[in-house]
Design a protein around this ligand. Sequence first.
Ligand code: KG4
Ligand code: ZN
Length: 341
Amino acid sequence: MLILGIESSCDETSVAVVENGRKVRANVISSSASHFAAMGGVVPEMAARTQLECVLSVLQGALQQAEVQLGDIDAIAVTAGPGLLGSLLVGTCTARVLGAVRKLPVIPLHHTLGHLYSAWLEQPSDPKFPYLCLSVSGGHTELWYCQSHLIRTLLGSTRDDAAGEAFDKGAKLLDLPYPGGPALAQLAEQNTAHDLHGFTRPLSGEQTLDFSFSGLKTALLYLLRDHPTYKTERQAWVAASFQAAICEHLVDRIALACSAHPEICEIHLVGGVSANRTLRTKISEVAHSQHKTVRYPVQSDFCTDNAAMIASAGFFNKDSQIETFATFASGSLAEQGRQNS
Ligand code: KG4
Ligand code: ZN
């Protein structure tokens, strides 16, 4: 089964063709991130206008790369929410028009559900249920217990900032360019000092699987205020310390969830922050110590927003996505799971 995926929830426009939920025949991504770098963030109206201009050429590019025509496609999966309204409209309108003209089913999907499937793309073997999935991006931080394709439970989520947002805000405090996560990670890799600054671990005394990052951001703000020279003279050390604190908090929760659910076979790490090498190393250590398989998206462009993950989620969830677009764009993925069941 060939599914055409469309993703346009933020500043990317992406179209993919995925076979049976796993094999990526094409995954074309047009990003305006470099354009927004100079502005320090995404301007929603400008993002939507750029997406409107490029969506058809991205679609054409994906069909060409996959060596298929629209007539070969069996269904269209599209991100229906959450995201920037104008940006989402570009993707959903494109999907609906293609669906109406070619008489194809259109599957509206929650963006987070797409991320959960990025660790199913091009894997050497199929993941085994039940597994834990930590989804960390600029907009959300969620820990899922995945029992089957249709049954999943949200074990914990962030109480304030998302992990990617913490990276981005930390990067801003260090005067690094947008998007801050990759820039901060790159800087942290230049650190040569062994002793890192010890940021207080968030929620360390609590037996919760929730996350919290806003305290870390404030601690970094105060550290730089109290030691103004750190920003220039010890920038890599500060970046490495801040990155370590974020990663340790995420890994703490994974370790706690593994103890609570010893039956899980695998740990998946997905979302934009899953590209972070330090986080991968730390999560692998926990997974191996607990004899679990660890999986990440196999390519870096499957970590950040892309349409291949949306096509994959569409394939595996096509029978359960019964909401209309109007109800789908609002509410969390967990709420939608409850409505479905
Ligand atoms: O999944 P994604 O592309 O978009 C959302 O759904 O939000 O994630 C983007 C986030 C940004 O906050 C970005 O700074 C972060 O992922 N990110 C990283 C790295 N690459 C991307 N954070 C830390 N280390 C990285 N290597
Ligand atoms: Zn995303």
